[in-house]
Design a protein around this ligand. Structure first.
Ligand code: CTP
Length: 473
């Protein structure tokens, strides 16, 4: 056998000395495997977790490492999976005994038997994730790469160690992982693998939505998320958990009039926004900003294609979609709803920038007005360079106007200067409709610029309005 190459620099971190010592104390063959090794070769920066595989009990090894470590960390044991985890220097170290596994048809829970390192590498998802480095005294740092994962790293290829139908069917989450790695790393999924994903797409239904969303979020946070979404669509996975998006597909033509393909347009918007924000939820807003267009699409003889009220319908759909995918039902969901609801407002503004329209936009968007502008700028996907320039220029005018109006009128998170209580006190009223009418009229007058956003002016305005309603001080 040829001596395998050693990569000592990969395992210079002191944690490996302790693991190696513990392994030798217990006389367990031990390796570091998976993402840590892959990312070392890809130079992907400092790792947050390390996976250790022992030929024997991973739990025993974890306990021995904890004993040796100066900070004596707590070992978390997951008995059902035969794994254990401890933390050292902000790094999560996970220990597992080498396994031979087969999965049953309708769950991800495997039937586990002890195995050799090679058995363990066989049951991993991709050749680039099956690379292992020895932590054993005799060949510390030696690379064990039975499937030529190093070559796949160089060629930028995602390939499964076994027949892909088996690897994906065993754990269908791996279909999402393949697409996620392809997107994050700029790799290509090998053809047999891609075909196997298409064939096994419906097996994704046995995966919990939380895990699907976890992968989706990683795709969403990649540099060019469309790569992942288009692969998800090509393999028929997307329609299984985001039919709202696949329903946007296609261009219809009636009487020579076409509308744009909102499906591909959406991905362009997501890619555009990803150049300007790392905010996951703003990226989700970009992904969902047009979902209301499928149910609202109509063809009118005079108007052509319309999507009336799609922003409102879309924002309602966001609620259902978040609930179904178990995305957070908190202020993140509300933020996405708000972005979808307001997504056409600045575009309307861009043709005519009036003070009052800008004031209303700031009032409605509040602290999210900058995010909204970022979304609307990303929404410009016209291929006509003159129009592209013009729209961006108009948005620059809107942004400047927002600054100017903000400095002058302070309508962001605006609280009307006259409260309901003051109206009640002034006119000696018990709760009634007129109070709301006066309050609304004051708000409208401020937003329209009829009066400044100040107490005296609003008080005067209140008196006049109350008089019209027949109220007396
Ligand atoms: N693994 C697998 N099948 C899965 C999940 C993980 O075979 N469905 C294996 C792979 O060998 C992987 C390792 O377990 O490298 C660790 O998994 P995990 O920590 O989830 O992923 P990483 O590969 O480390 O990558 P990332 O941290 O980017 O998720």
């Amino acid at each position: 056998m040829t001596e395998s190459k050693k990569y000592i620099t990969a395992i210079e971190h002191t944690i490996f000395e302790y693991i190696s010592k513990a392994a030798s104390n217990l006389q367990l063959e031990t390796y570091v495997i998976g993402g840590f090794v892959r990312d070392f070769f890809l130079k992907r920066g400092t790792p947050k977790d390390i996976d250790i595989v022992a030929i024997g009990s991973g739990i025993d090894l974890a306990n021995e490492v904890a004993k040796l470590l100066p900070n004596k960390p707590k070992v978390q044991v997951f008995k059902t999976y035969g794994t254990a985890m401890l933390r050292f220097d902000d790094i999560e170290v996970e220990f597992v005994g080498a396994r031979k596994e087969s999965y049953n048809e309708d769950s991800r829970n495997p039937v586990v038997e002890d195995g050799t390192l090679e058995d363990d590498q066989n049951r991993r998802d991709f050749t680039i994730n099956a690379l292992a480095l020895s932590l054993n005294k005799t060949d510390f740092g030696a690379l064990l790469d039975p499937f030529n994962g190093m070559q796949d790293l160089v060629d930028k290829i995602i390939r499964t160690p076994l027949n892909p139908d088996i690897t994906y069917s065993d754990d269908p989450l791996r279909m999402m992982r393949a697409i996620r790695f392809a997107t994050q790393l700029g790799f290509t999924i090998e053809k047999d693998s891609l075909d196997a994903i298409s064939r096994n797409a419906e097996r994704i239904d046995i995966i919990t939505r939380e895990r699907i969303v976890d992968e989706l979020n990683k795709i969403m946070l990649s540099e060019v998320p469309s790569v992942g979404f288009i692969l998800l669509d090509d393999t028929n996975l997307l329609e299984r958990f985001l039919p709202e998006l696949t329903n946007l597909k296609g261009v219809e033509e009636v009487e020579g009039q076409k509308h744009k393909d909102n499906f591909y347009h959406t991905f362009e918007v997501v890619d555009n926004i990803s150049k300007n924000t790392k905010d996951l939820w703003l990226r989700w807003a970009a992904l969902l900003h047009d979902i209301g267009k499928a149910p609202t699409k109509k063809f009118h003889k005079t108007l052509g294609w319309t999507f009336h009220g799609h922003e409102f319908v879309g924002s309602k759909m966001v609620y259902k979609l978040f609930k179904r995918l178990r995305l957070p039902m908190n202020n993140k969901m509300k933020f996405v709803q708000k972005m979808v609801l307001l997504s056409s407002r600045p575009i309307v503004l861009a043709t005519e920038v009036t003070d009052s329209a800008v004031r209303r936009l700031i009032f409605d968007a509040g602290d999210d007005v900058e995010s909204l502008m970022t979304l609307c700028e990303a929404d410009i996907t016209t291929k006509n360079p003159n129009r592209f320039k013009k729209y961006h220029k108009n948005f620059e005018i809107v942004r400047n106007k927002i600054k100017e109006v903000e400095e002058r009128d302070h309508v962001r998170n605006f609280q009307p200067p006259i409260s309901g209580e003051l109206i009640m006190e002034t006119f000696n009223l018990t709760p009634c409709r007129e109070i709301g009418q006066i309050k609304d009229a004051i708000k409208e007058a401020i937003l329209e610029g009829e009066i400044p956003n100040e107490y005296e002016a609003a008080y005067e305005f209140m008196l006049k309005r109350a008089k019209k309603l027949g109220l007396k001080v």
